[in-house]
Design a protein around this ligand. Structure first.
Ligand code: SAM
Length: 342
């Protein structure tokens, strides 16, 4: 008869072994090789079932595969074995908040599914710009066209302002294909991987619908599912009081969106957008032109990361615009455009 397999005794384990095995698991995980990473973290736990980071690694895979209850359990186990494992504590908080929002039928705009996209400071400025417009046009219906809605963060903000200061007198039309739109070859980080998967699986559109429904703004938020190139030609001239551009940031797309927005905004209305980190006069324009088909690059002079496509398109179609922390805006006055204060 063969001998039964040896079970590792905790006291006899070389303390360096689980850590080394775990590192291989992380390398596989960061390459998006989840099955192999899962096997590797499993090996870690065979060697030492109490090795907290091994449970944490499995939790991260479960979260990325959108198995949030399983992830919650694995993070708890990780913390049970290693209470000081800070990344596990933060990750546990993230999934608990998400699961709570789903269970309680509340909107969710946190880090899960990269739902939260816009910096709080930019949100504050967006709120301010719309509030000012509403106060200056108290009796006018405010039709908003938004390009790029993701999980609904900006759409909910517009809806909140309309209902708080404009008696809900308006609508927000959200143009977004909610389908894959970037090449993974250029974007291998976890953030982009999560975004790509959220689009491919339809998870982000489901979250957008959940957020609109549970926020109570279903009556005034209207999704128009498609790219701006598909949807804009169906929209009449001067139909909107505010057009917000936050879709594809590649040059050709940004140019198309801004050009169309000029046609779609009524006199007295606004065009605004996100992700203008640098204007033309603030960056090396030749470099921006050379990288116009890249999403996000570093400006060689300032070292600031920016979206060259947005910088070039804004510059060519509107010139220097009002801009605060990457959020930009221009007001239509007759046939021309002027900067706005905030
Ligand atoms: C940065 S996210 C928008 C974030 C959102 N405004 C917020 O504040 O939460 C960009 C969105 O643009 C959408 N998108 C990409 N290309 C597009 C296009 N050509 N037309 C319309 N939407 C597009 C993507 O699907 C994605 O949801």
């Amino acid at each position: 008869m063969g001998q039964p397999p040896l079970q590792p005794q905790r006291g006899s384990i070389d303390p360096a072994v689980p850590g080394k095995l775990c590192q291989v698991g992380w390398d596989l995980y960061h390459q998006g090789r989840f099955e192999e990473a899962e096997d590797q973290f499993g090996r870690v736990l065979q060697v030492d079932p109490c090795f907290g980071p091994g449970h944490f690694g499995l939790g991260e895979i479960a979260r990325d595969l959108r198995h949030y209850e399983k992830a919650r359990e694995l993070y708890r186990q990780a913390l049970q074995h290693r209470p000081t494992l800070e990344p596990a504590r933060l990750a546990l908080e993230d999934v608990e908040r998400y699961l709570h929002a789903m269970e309680q039928e509340q909107p969710y705009l946190g880090p899960i599914l990269a739902a939260h996209q816009t910096h709080p400071e930019r949100l504050r400025l967006m709120r301010r710009v719309l509030q000012d417009w509403c106060l200056a046009h108290p009796n006018q219906t405010c039709r908003i066209l938004e390009v790029g809605s993701w999980a609904g963060g900006s759409a909910l903000l517009w809806a909140e302002v309309l209902s708080e200061v404009h008696g809900g007198n308006g609508e927000i039309f959200c143009v977004d294909p909610w389908r894959g739109y970037f090449e993974m070859d250029h974007h291998r980080s976890r953030h982009y991987r999560v975004m790509r998967d959220a689009l491919e699986t339809g998870a982000i559109f489901q979250l957008f619908l959940h957020n609109v429904r549970t926020s109570g703004y279903q009556q005034i938020i209207v999704p128009l599912r498609g790219t701006s190139r598909q949807v804009f030609p169906c929209l009449a001239d001067e139909r909107f009081q505010l057009v917000f551009i936050d879709g594809s940031h590649f040059y050709e797309d940004a140019l198309f969106d801004i050009d169309q927005a000029r046609r779609l905004v009524a006199d007295g209305g606004l065009i605004c957008g996100d992700d203008l980190e640098l204007q033309a006069h603030e960056c090396d324009l030749d470099h921006a032109r050379a990288y116009h088909d890249h999403d996000y690059v570093a400006d060689p002079g300032s070292g600031t990361h920016f979206h060259p496509g947005v910088t070039l398109a804004v510059h060519e179609l509107l010139g220097e615009v009002s801009c605060w922390h990457g959020f930009w805006a221009m007001g239509r006055r007759g046939a021309g455009w002027e900067q706005v204060s905030c």
